[in-house]
Design a protein around this ligand. Structure first.
Ligand code: SF4
Length: 348
């Protein structure tokens, strides 16, 4: 069995063709940045982040809709912390709050159920963003809303799914040679979820854990399976071929696939999930939120999200853009690539 030291040595001395691998999960971006593993990789191996940070890929019109709902009489918007500071075309939810909007921070979607039950005089809208990992939680939330006949709580959804956006990234003349497939998403979907993409683009997808050792193994596997359309599951303690069937069934009961808009990318068919028609009374107006706008003319989030550049190549990085003064969603979100490059002082 090959040792970790041998793998490290190989990755450090690698002198073959230049290779670019993309991680598509915000948690992997965080793990790669915090572990410092890029420092030991040969210059010929480049890691780039993909469109896996939910806040980063959410379009401005969705934030605008939340802002406008928060200003309506008797309506309160509930959200996770990262969404508070991301600006829409003009304002963020924090700005709306400062102007009298009703916005509350929650740590779990289930918290808002208790809040809505206790405050029946207000209507609540929960900002339901996320990927395949979080949609099952929103399904549970909806189940409870229906079973308990909670009439004052709706969802504004911007739910994304991975395959079509990865397909889009591969189709735009991308230099990518393989993917570190998202570990948490794979727990729900199973590793077979990426088989079609691997075959279509003839490149490896490696499902990886989040420790430095897992990531080094994943990069080593990506090099060794280069130009092979295969999926390798290196996270078998949590990921099976077919995933969590119960969670998938739960999602299928309430949600259906839809066209979705991605920040800096545009609309992609079948790249999102929306409530099924019979549950639309629980939707706060999620359809047709497709318009996007840049926060700042110099912000390159659109290029960072698809791995065309890394954050250090953005002219605003560390100059005017920092976690304290973010100029784009990728610096606001704790899953954003710019945020992690900044706090880890990552160079490459
Ligand atoms: Fe946008 Fe800031 Fe990232 Fe540049 S460093 S792409 S301005 S978020």
């Amino acid at each position: 069995m090959i040792t970790l030291e041998t793998i490290k040595d190989y990755l450090k001395k690698y002198d073959g063709e230049e290779l670019t691998f993309m991680e598509v999960c915000g948690t992997h971006t965080a793990a790669i940045s915090q572990s410092g593993i890029t420092e030991i990789l040969s210059d010929k191996i480049r890691l780039v982040s993909g469109p896996g940070c939910p806040v980063c890929v959410t379009v401005a019109s969705y934030i605008d809709k939340l802002v406008s709902l928060s200003m309506e009489e008797n309506t309160c918007v509930a959200t996770f912390g990262d969404m508070l500071r991301v600006r829409g075309s003009e304002k963020s939810l924090n700005d709306a709050k400062a102007s009298g909007g009703k916005v509350i921070l929650v740590y779990s979607p289930m918290d808002v159920i208790d809040i809505a039950k206790k405050n029946t005089q207000l209507n609540y809208v929960f900002a339901a963003v996320g990927f395949e990992t979080t949609t099952p939680i929103y399904s549970l939330m909806l189940k409870q809303i229906i079973e308990e006949k909670i009439e004052n709580l709706k969802l504004l959804t911007a739910l994304k799914t991975m395959p079509k956006v990865i397909d889009w990234v591969c189709s735009v003349d991308s230099p990518i040679n393989g993917f570190i497939a998202p570990g948490h998403v794979s727990v729900i979907t199973g590793s077979d979820y990426f088989k079609e993409l691997a075959l279509k683009w003839n490149m490896p997808f490696v499902v990886s854990g989040f420790e430095a050792i897992d990531l080094l193994n994943a990069i080593y596997a990506l090099i060794n399976y280069k130009d092979k359309g295969e999926v390798l599951n290196l996270y078998p303690a949590y990921v099976t071929d077919k995933g969590n069937k119960a969670a998938q069934k739960q999602v299928e009961q309430y949600f259906t696939s839809c066209k979705s808009a991605w920040r800096g990318i545009g609309q992609i068919e079948d790249s999102g999930m929306q409530l099924k028609e019979e549950y639309l009374k629980y939707d706060a107006g999620s359809q047709n939120l497709i318009e996007d706008s840049k926060i700042n003319e110099g912000c390159c989030c659109d290029k960072v999200i698809i791995g065309t550049i890394n954050p250090t190549q953005c002219p605003l990085f560390k100059k005017v853009c920092s976690p304290e003064t973010p100029q784009g969603a990728c610096m606001v979100s704790t899953e954003g690539s710019c945020y992690h490059y900044y706090i880890s002082n990552r160079k490459r």
